[in-house]
Design a protein around this ligand. Structure first.
Ligand SMILES: Cc1cc2nc3c(=O)[nH]c(=O)nc-3n(C[C@H](O)[C@H](O)[C@H](O)COP(=O)(O)O)c2cc1C
Length: 192
């Protein structure tokens, strides 16, 4: 069973992206994956002093997230759009890592309050993840006006949104399977 965590890309206390991350987590489980929401605010990833792989003494929060990312076969990133871009805390969190993520498939789901669906955050996040050697799947799901999609329990219950999110998740699992088959033939994944 593949392990596919969902990285929540904000530390904002009242964030609405967590509901999207929970929905993605559930979709992954429904499709047979092992999953968990990785919240960069819990434990809080500190500002970068040096990358995890360069350190003898690693901050416990960085180590906890690093071990989960090491274990991950693929990833889904939920990114809210802040000022037409990727939240600084998410970029900081990602900068701690690289071999933990290299050559792993990733789907990006952007979230916004406005009507644009977080398109700018999507483009920036894709660029960053590609630079880190991840395989960004083409499918995405722009979550616009997220506050309108939450039900009384604060969850994403809107069927169309879940359907579109499901397509992203399915594609991530497809690429995870492809990567798994490749490794079975010859595992030349760069050492971590
Ligand atoms: C610092 C900051 C900047 C924001 N900039 C944008 C923006 O550029 N475009 C937009 O549609 N919404 C913007 N928003 C609203 C968020 O998209 C909105 O809060 C949405 O719920 C997703 O973020 P959240 O997960 O933090 O709630 C901004 C919110 C914050 C906190």
């Amino acid at each position: 069973m593949p392990f596919v965590p969902v990285l929540l890309g904000t530390t904002r206390e009242a964030n609405k992206s967590a509901a999207v991350a929970r929905a993605a987590h559930k979709l992954l489980q429904d499709l047979g994956a092992d999953s968990q929401v990785l919240d960069i605010g819990d434990p809080l990833i500190p500002p970068l002093v040096e990358r995890r792989r360069m350190l003898d003494q690693v901050d416990p929060a960085v180590e906890a997230h690093g071990q989960a990312l090491d274990r991950a076969d693929a990833l889904v990133v939920v990114v809210p759009e802040y000022n037409w871009g990727i939240p600084g805390v998410l970029k900081n969190a990602l900068d701690h890592f690289l071999p933990e993520l290299k050559r792993k498939p990733v789907g990006v789901i952007p979230v916004s309050a406005g009507g644009g669906g977080g398109r700018c955050a999507l483009v920036q996040t894709r660029t960053v993840l590609s630079a880190m050697g991840m395989v960004v799947v083409p499918e995405t799901c722009l979550i616009a006006q997220v506050h309108r999609l939450l039900d009384d329990a604060g969850e994403i219950g809107e069927p169309d949104t879940l359907k579109h999110m499901g397509r992203v998740v399915e594609q991530v699992l497809w690429w995870e399977h492809a990567a798994r088959l490749k490794r079975a033939v010859s595992d030349d994944t760069p050492s971590r």
